[in-house]
Design a protein around this ligand. Structure first.
Ligand SMILES: CC(C)(COP(=O)(O)OP(=O)(O)OC[C@H]1O[C@@H](n2cnc3c(N)ncnc32)[C@H](O)[C@@H]1OP(=O)(O)O)[C@@H](O)C(=O)NCCC(=O)NCCS
Length: 446
């Protein structure tokens, strides 16, 4: 490996380490279609899945078998019938479904068992468990059409699945369900995946899709969506109906307690690893709560705030604050939280007698700068200033004067500060003072 590649590798490995820790012992439900199984690159996907298991992630795999079912039907000169987007599973089709699902299962189990020296999975020793975890009921007759053995998920045996994944095995779930009457039903893997993830209260539901991900009006990938935004997207006419199915199940799963649903394009090489171990990922993440949120700080944010401020204190950009000071002042802080990490903070010290407040400790993590977060945080702090009935905001800064000036702060003499603050002014530090009169947000900005 040449030196630059080695550096790249070291950077990449270091960059991924927070995610390795964060994912350990978490439960992920990964859903993929029979297309992934038919793809000659299946061993790569299975290798990545085995790697996730090796990193201590609890895995449930839900697979489809559509191309395999269709192939078997073709051999019998039959077709799967679809009515209103729903398949009709007659006796002949059911035989193909069982055969195809069984075949796919064996193939996946074989690949997950590969442990030959010199193969990417050497020494992996992965156990796989499959079984009757999904209870189903028939869709029944709708508008006079009998959908036969096409079913809906009725119940998931979450306890059994939990036992399997906690014991370190991978649970493998085919698109089949069984009824208490002993019948077999053909299920959609997408629905089954969502039901499994919901029943388990999974940390992640990951859909490996065969279609390109939906794009926003700028032609870019939606990086994060909340369930109401997903609903809005679903209602658009130009959305591929197959993608719509994923979106609907994703939003439902989110609303039912699955913390994160990832939509990924399965055809991208290494898509699982790229999504799970890089900062910004490569897919669309759907979360019930905003992925990034600005909010008042809590005691358990102190570690994150300290980590953010320390390098800036070392550079002399911010005045040093001890953990004790932070603990006492935590009520004055606001933070920007992204995916559980503190990536921004600011504090407000009020001087009610003077109608003034000091904006202090403004910081955005270096990796997240230049995307308007500083601006948004400032606006948030201005609103906090107003709710505390202050109208003038001041800052003392040595190196960030222009940033504040460009945002409406005016240079002011030290004696414009509230008396109590003036007494603390550090003449040696010689910070510049800037003041801004704060106005309520425009109504169109909410
Ligand atoms: C100042 C800071 C909070 C801005 O955060 P941000 O998320 O990058 O802010 P925005 O994206 O809204 O603004 C970025 C713009 O500010 C400019 N900027 C960043 N730091 C600046 C500085 N010290 N002086 C002047 N402009 C600055 C950037 O060049 C960029 O300008 P551009 O849009 O013309 O390219 C961030 O740079 C930071 O944490 N700095 C270190 C801590 C600090 O200085 N805090 C203030 C202490 S009083």
């Amino acid at each position: 490996m040449d030196t630059s590649l080695q550096h790249h590798f070291v950077d990449w490995f270091r960059g991924s380490s927070p995610y390795i820790h964060a994912h350990r012992d978490r439960t992920f439900v990964i859903v993929f279609g029979g297309e992934a199984v038919a793809d000659p690159r299946l061993p790569e996907l299975i290798h990545d899945i085995a790697l996730l298991r090796g990193l201590g992630i609890r895995l449930v795999l839900v697979h489809g078998a559509r191309p395999q079912i269709e192939e078997r039907l073709r051999l019998r000169n039959a077709d799967m019938r679809y009515i209103n987007g729903l398949r009709v599973t007659d006796e002949a089709a059911l035989a193909c479904v069982k055969d195809a699902a069984g075949g796919v299962r064996v193939e996946l189990e074989a690949l997950l068992s590969m442990g030959l020296a010199n193969s990417p999975m050497a020494g992996a020793r992965i156990r796989v468990a499959s079984g009757n975890f999904v209870a189903a009921r028939p869709i029944g007759v709708m508008d006079g059409i009998d959908y036969g053995h096409t079913g809906r998920v009725r119940r998931i045996d979450a306890q059994a699945l939990r036992g399997i994944v906690e014991a370190g095995a991978i649970a493998l779930i085919p698109p089949l369900g069984y009824s208490p009457t002993g019948e077999v039903f053909n299920l959609s893997a997408t629905e089954t995946g969502a039901s499994v993830a919901t029943a388990l209260g999974a940390d992640k539901l990951i859909y490996l899709m065969e279609q390109p991900l939906p794009l926003n009006d700028e032609g870019e990938l939606w990086t994060n969506l909340l369930p109401p935004q997903v609903d809005e997207l679903v209602s658009r006419k130009d959305i591929d109906p197959r993608v719509r199915v994923y979106l609907n199940h994703a939003a439902d799963a989110c609303r039912s307690g699955v913390r994160r649903v990832h939509l990924l394009d399965r055809r991208v090489d290494g898509v699982l690893l790229r999504e799970l171990f890089t900062r910004d990922g490569v897919g669309t993440l759907i979360t019930a709560k905003p992925y990034e949120d600005t909010r008042p700080a809590r005691m358990d944010d102190i570690g994150g705030i300290l980590e953010l401020l320390e390098p800036l204190e070392d550079q002399g950009i911010l005045v040093r604050r001890s953990r004790e000071t932070l603990e006492t002042d935590i009520g004055r802080f606001s933070v920007v939280e992204r995916d559980g990490m503190i990536i921004g903070c600011a504090a407000l010290y009020t001087y009610p007698d003077d109608g003034m407040a000091e904006l202090a400790c403004v910081a955005i993590h270096p990796e997240y700068r230049d995307h308007g977060r500083g601006d948004a945080l400032l606006e948030y702090m201005e609103q906090r200033t107003l709710t505390q009935r202050m109208t003038r905001l001041f800052v003392l800064t040595t190196q960030t004067a222009h940033w504040f000036r460009e945002r409406g702060f005016e240079p002011s003499p030290v004696d414009s500060l509230p008396m109590a603050r003036r007494e603390l002014y550090n003449y040696q530090r010689n910070s510049k003072v800037f003041v801004k009169t704060v106005a309520p947000a425009r109504p169109d900005k909410g």
